[in-house]
Design a protein around this ligand. Structure first.
Ligand code: SF4
Length: 765
């Protein structure tokens, strides 16, 4: 197996077969696939141990996604993907020094993402010195000295950046941002910059807090749930259990998506007889087959229809008391949304007027409404305005701060929300910096740092030369793969703190370090005894995670230990921060968190409750921490994605056999794609109009005009029921097509769901 230019598996080594897309998700096949993958990674006994501990009160939190656990935990509190993810981490395969002696970095770089991941857990620190062809072992102390010397030799702390993925625990995240700021920079890019930054921006501006407001109970009690731009069957599978409860309680669900994903249609819960031998539960009462990027237009028209319904029957549609007491900006918003035209909305959404009117009738018939969304909303250039318009929609009928109603951005990475709470953000507010400075007797820098996009620009332009990544696979997660790779290769030093091998180890700076760390499931014992870490899920529940398994190697350090030791070496005696004590006893980190971050009072006591505790969302108490103290209706300019003739709007998406940037296999069984990833899904009518046929091989060519040609070559066309004008292909293979400068307004999130492309027959290229 070998890598192609995009770092994936070469198209000519794939053996595509296609079956009809599934119309239901989970069921017994999900159990069978989970077991098959788990047993390919580790023994039956170890598989049993991981699964018995997964998402249990005294076990470990699933790294798969940020979906919350229910208060009454089932003994199998996990999904197919959770089982795969945890056993991928618990694998008994090992990458040892002999492996690195055998394979040059160039050889490793020629391998695909799947192959790299499948080699197993990293076992000791490795270094790639300038000019060397192979990684070689390095002692921990020497590695820390090397990094500290490089950091201390920079002209400015702003020449370094500290990236995190959402796997990091609260404790490690708090220490990382503390180290970065004590060192002197706010350069803290994270994976949230690439996914839900638009949610934080849109909700922060309108409601005063960039988090979701609903709990699992709210979902269960809701009358009407919108699931917009989201594929729960693959990306947050246990969400389907919550939707099933909502349906059982009489709730209705509207799914809005350019693809009829199996999990949006029907769910066979493998933990119930009905799910095993019956037909399961129909999920979407209405499936809205929207054109990519049409959601802003849809919600604007739904808002206009609500205003018109109120005109027709005054006092019966809008919640005037709520609007008067809790909001500002209604008049300007109402005037603007009344100007939205049907023709524009129908063109932008690709929907029939009757479909939108049907949604409107469902809204009128519902008292409590929730809108859930994910990256189908956030990764568009108008992602922030779309979220603001969703807030307008909910405010009109007072659908905030009461049971069964509210906003629900569904996060992908397990602690991505917690990491932000802990201060992983390049622009934390001054009150946070002041509290941090008070706790540790220093003055944190106030100049905003680099997010992910600006971090790549800085490395590309020579303004940053040290990249330290704690977890994640930055080079594959980021947009504009070729530009990002070149930026990293220009660095003086790249450091990756990782559990397994990935592309970010083979795309490196002049000197590169791999520092192996404990996984979520590994036992973590420090000087004061066994430690646990904490995480915050997508619904603001903070809870413990206890690693249980024998670590993959005796040479691993925890992320907390690595950050603490690196900080001590770098900051030396100039820092009064008790790094050594923090490493020895994570309770001490939590004590500091409780003094710095609001709502973490008595952290060490409250976290001992079996389910942990929920961070309050002020919106649920009728408090809107905006400058005006009110929720804000906003005016959002109409925007829709236009593709010139002969072009399509491409969205990148994950396959079902994939976790973030890492494919576990070449299959995507819900979509009927087998043994291949170089496919592009296109509506049959679009294929006809483009003069293409099912199974043609094409090169996908980006239309962004900045002098760089962006191509993803050798993709097989699959005729698929995507909405007209909308195509789909896999991430990260198509990141190469997303220009670095193509970002969502305000949030700076790469527009990975709205890439204008054309398809060239491969032999024409
Ligand atoms: S829904 Fe997410 S957190 Fe829960 S078991 Fe599945 S992958 Fe893990």
């Amino acid at each position: 197996m070998s890598a192609d230019a995009d770092g994936g598996i070469a198209a000519d080594e794939e053996h595509l077969s296609v079956s009809p897309p599934k119309t239901w998700a989970a069921g017994l096949p999900a159990v069978a696939h989970a077991m098959e993958y788990s047993l390919s990674q580790t023994s039956p006994a170890r598989t049993a141990l991981t699964l018995l501990n997964l998402n249990q009160v005294k076990g470990f939190d699933c790294p798969g996604c940020a979906w919350p656990e229910s208060d009454h935990r089932h003994k199998n509190e996990y999904c197919e993907n959770g089982a795969k993810h945890i056993n991928d981490e618990a694998t008994t395969k090992r990458v040892k020094r002999a492996f690195f002696a055998r394979h040059s970095v160039a050889e490793l770089d020629a391998q695909g993402d799947m192959w790299l991941n499948q080699q197993g857990r990293l076992t000791e620190p490795m270094v790639l010195r300038p000019g060397a062809t192979h990684y070689a072992p390095i002692a921990w102390d020497e590695a820390f000295d090397l990094i500290a010397e490089t950091l201390n030799g920079l002209g400015s702390p702003d020449e370094a950046m500290f990236y995190t993925s959402g796997r990091l625990s609260n404790e490690a995240a708090f220490l990382l941002q503390l180290f970065s700021r004590a060192y002197g920079t706010n350069n803290l890019p994270d994976c949230s910059n690439m996914c839900h930054e638009s949610s934080g921006s849109g909700l922060g501006e309108t409601l005063g807090i960039g988090k979701g407001s609903v709990s699992l109970d709210d979902l269960h009690e809701s009358d009407l749930i919108f699931v917009v731009g989201q594929n729960p069957g693959t990306n947050h599978p246990r969400m389907l259990s919550a939707l099933e409860v909502a349906k059982r309680n009489g709730g209705r669900i509207i799914a809005v998506n350019p693809l009829p994903e199996a999990g949006l249609l029907r769910f066979k819960n493998p933990q119930t007889p009905r799910g095993v031998i019956g037909n399961g539960t129909k999920i979407a009462d209405q499936f809205v087959h929207i054109r990519a990027g049409g959601d802003l237009a849809l919600f604007q028209m739904l808002n206009r229809l609500l205003l018109e319904a109120e005109d027709a029957a005054p006092g019966t549609v809008l919640d005037h008391d709520f609007i008067a007491a809790n909001t500002i900006g209604f008049d300007d918003f109402a005037a603007s949304v009344r100007r939205v035209e049907w023709d524009d909305v129908l063109a932008a959404t690709g929907l029939a007027r009757a479909e939108i009117e049907e949604i409107h009738q469902r809204v009128l018939a519902s008292r409590n409404v929730i809108v859930c969304w994910a990256m189908g909303i956030t990764q568009h250039r108008h992602g922030v305005p779309t979220i603001r318009e969703i807030v307008n929609f909910l405010l009109l009928r007072g659908n905030l701060g009461r049971p069964g109603a509210g906003v629900c951005p569904v996060r992908g990475h397990s602690n991505v929300q917690g990491d932000r709470t802990m201060g992983i953000w390049e622009q934390m507010p001054q009150r946070f910096l002041d509290a941090l400075g008070r706790e540790f007797a220093f003055t944190p820098p106030t100049k905003h740092g680099y997010d992910s996009v600006n971090g790549v620009r800085a490395m590309r332009d020579g303004k940053a030369s040290v990249f330290i990544g704690v977890a994640g696979n930055f080079v594959r997660a980021m947009s504009d793969s070729a530009v990002t790779e070149n930026a990293l290769r220009q660095c003086r030093l790249t450091v990756q703190i990782s559990t397994k091998l990935n592309r970010s180890h083979t795309v490196h700076g002049e000197t590169a370090l791999i520092l192996p760390t404990l996984g979520r499931s590994d036992r973590d014992v420090q000087a004061s005894g066994p430690q646990y870490i904490t995480v915050e899920d997508s619904m603001s529940m903070v809870h413990r995670s206890h690693g249980k398994l024998e670590p993959a190697s005796p040479h691993l350090l925890s992320e907390v230990a690595i950050i603490s030791r690196l900080a001590r070496r770098t900051l030396g005696n100039a820092s009064a921060i008790p790094w050594e004590e923090f490493e020895a006893d994570y309770d001490l980190i939590r004590d500091s968190i409780s003094r710095v971050i609001p709502d973490f009072e008595d952290f060490n006591q409250r976290i001992k409750r079996p389910a942990g505790f929920r961070l309050p969302n002020p919106v649920n108490a009728g408090v809107y921490p905006t400058p005006s103290g009110k929720a804000v209706f906003t005016v959002n300019a109409f925007d829709s994605l236009e593709a010139p003739p002969g072009h399509l709007i491409l969205q990148s998406l994950r396959s079902h056999d994939q976790w973030n940037t890492i494919p576990y296999a070449l299959n995507d069984r819900y979509r009927g794609i087998h043994d291949a990833r170089h496919v592009v899904l296109v509506n049959p009518d679009d294929l006809r109009d483009l003069g293409l046929s099912d199974r043609d091989v094409v090169d996908i060519v980006g239309a962004w005009d900045d002098g760089l040609e962006r191509r993803a070559d050798g993709f097989t066309v699959v005729a698929y029921p995507t909405s007209r004008g909308s195509a789909a292909s896999y991430y990260p293979e198509t990141n190469v097509l997303v220009p670095l400068d193509s970002v969502a307004a305000i949030s700076n999130t790469p527009t990975s769901k709205g890439i204008v492309v054309r398809l060239e027959k491969a032999w024409d290229a």
